[in-house]
Design a protein around this ligand. Sequence first.
Ligand code: ZN
Length: 137
Amino acid sequence: MEIIKIKTSKKEEIIDITDKINSIVKDMKEGFINIYVKHATAAIIINENYDPNIQIDFLAMLNDIIPQGKWLHDKIDNNGAAHLKSSLIGPSETIPIKDGKLQLGTWQSVMLCEFDGPREREIIIQRCHAKTAKQDQ
Ligand code: ZN
């Protein structure tokens, strides 16, 4: 298990962590990894990062679906919308690995979603190596 720590700098932002993940899987021949953010107001997504407007659109869409300031939990620590966004998007993604590389499409990146920053976020990377037919004999 590996842990990546990311310091976010805004209330809401999306941060590409693909390079950090790639450096962790360099020595894996075949298998998969699970990328899991252990916080209730953050999430992990896979999507395009070539056009930065996709991140802006993604946050705008979530703010349309889940507006700020109308949730019961806001009475506790005023971040009800952040919890709901985190629940809707989810804390993890699993990605296959082959020959030391994430099997992402040309336009896919792995990104941390911050919904209640700025904070330091811990992301757990669990590596699972596949057994080859040779190893099974
Ligand atoms: Zn809260």
